[in-house]
Design a protein around this ligand. Structure first.
Ligand SMILES: [Zn+2]
Length: 89
């Protein structure tokens, strides 16, 4: 059975990767009885930052949403890309 992968349910911006397990497991679904929900890696990072610096990951009721740490994540991604470039170059 093929599962619908489609777009990240949290930001509705990024496409999900296959297999589903390479995406980030949402921090809102880490309870024992929770149904696993997967989000894109940027949202996974955003939830981690919300958890660390905010009041915890934004609940699914408020999805889709704009990433709380969007700017920070973009900066980090650019820096990581530059770092990889330095290593490879
Ligand atoms: Zn997302």
């Amino acid at each position: 059975m093929n599962e619908m992968i489609g777009t990240c349910p949290r930001c509705e911006e990024h496409s999900m990767m296959t297999p589903l397990e390479v995406n980030a497991l949402s921090r809102t679904t880490r309870g024992i009885n929770d149904f696993a929900v997967w989000v894109c890696s940027d949202c996974g990072m955003d939830e981690g930052l919300e958890d660390a610096f905010h009041t915890g990951a934004t609940e699914q009721i408020r999805w889709p949403m704009k990433r709380t740490f969007e700017f920070f994540i973009k900066e980090t991604n650019i820096q990581t890309a530059q770092l990889m470039n330095d290593i490879n170059g």
